[in-house]
Design a protein around this ligand. Structure first.
Ligand SMILES: [Fe+2]
Ligand SMILES: [Fe+2]
Length: 297
């Protein structure tokens, strides 16, 4: 059902995006201080309020901090009931803090050491999860086999195009020390994506909200649900703070993709607009809505 009041049709798809959940076994505190399980619970609760019928729920890597099997079990316990209520497909991606073996075992119940690569068809929107982690390292890349696999996947366009989920954003990194941990196969990725139907790249890794373009494709970073980088610590630092946790919403339209941020915690609110305002505006025609709600008094 479309209950919009403006000039655009409803989005064809809504994608909820969280990243860098950094869970530990048993919900242990990260660094002895940060309750990453509770933070994820809170972010998901607010995300569900923001997008109760999202089509997909993406977790773009660093799902766990140490790759512990129990941490993946906790991830599923927190994420999957929310996704089920939304009716959303869950799309996991691997990050540099994940471990492939335990991730395959926990999420698919198989013994596997291959890159954690997947393709999902979500009502005609293709969501590709590309494993940009490199075993034993924190920087990112992908191998020849993955490049061929991705090229094969993208050979035929999807009805509503493709979203590519990869933990390491293919962008220049502001935080100087994180530049050591960048995605190091940009040229090859650009070759694979040239002429493809990829409409946006969803990433995390930097624990900031951000965006850029890669080969003309929007790259959208979700901040972490665990801890954020305090940019005010300066350009040579990477300073984790127990604040600014959030999730992203991506609304996919036939002609564009729009992105917004959902604050991960409740904050003091202004007094709300009248609860029936939407219904009253919906009962008016376009000119009446402008008169009622746009004209300055
Ligand atoms: Fe992370
Ligand atoms: Fe990361």
């Amino acid at each position: 059902m479309h209950d919009g009041l403006g000039q655009h049709p409803a989005p064809t798809h809504v994608v909820a995006h969280v990243s860098d959940t950094h869970l530990l076994a048993g919900g242990a505190l990260l660094g002895g201080a940060i309750d990453t399980a509770e933070h994820l619970r809170s972010v998901l609760e607010r995300l569900e309020l923001a997008a109760p019928t999202a089509d997909a729920l993406v977790v773009s890597g660093d799902c766990t901090d140490l790759g512990e099997p129990e941490a993946y079990a906790l991830l599923r316990e927190l994420v999957e009931p929310v996704a089920a209520r939304m009716g959303a497909r869950v799309v996991y991606a691997a990050g540099n803090h994940d471990e492939r073996g335990p991730m395959w075992r926990a999420l698919h119940d198989i013994d596997e050491a291959a890159p954690y690569d997947h393709v999902h068809d979500v009502g005609g929107l293709r969501i590709v999860s590309l494993d940009s982690s490199l075993p034993g390292f924190h920087h990112g890349g992908f191998d020849d086999g993955q490049a061929q696999w991705l090229a094969d996947v993208l050979a035929e366009p999807a009805q509503h195009g493709t979203l590519l989920v990869m933990h390491h954003p293919p962008l220049p990194y502001r935080a100087r020390i994180m530049q050591v941990l960048e995605f190091q196969d940009e040229r090859r990725l650009a070759e694979v994506l040239a002429g493809s139907d990829v409409r946006a790249i969803l990433s995390g890794h930097l624990h900031v909200n951000g965006s850029g373009t890669f080969a003309g494709i929007p790259v959208i970073l979700a901040n972490a649900t665990s801890y954020a980088d305090d940019l005010a610590a300066g350009p040579t630092a990477f300073q984790g703070i127990d604040a600014a946790q959030s999730a992203n919403l991506l609304e996919v339209y036939p002609h564009t993709v729009a992105h917004s941020v959902v604050p991960g915690r409740a904050h003091p609110s202004l007094s709300p607009l009248p609860a029936d305002l939407h219904a009253r505006l919906a009962a008016l025609d376009a000119a009446g809505r402008v008169e009622r709600f746009s004209r300055k008094r």
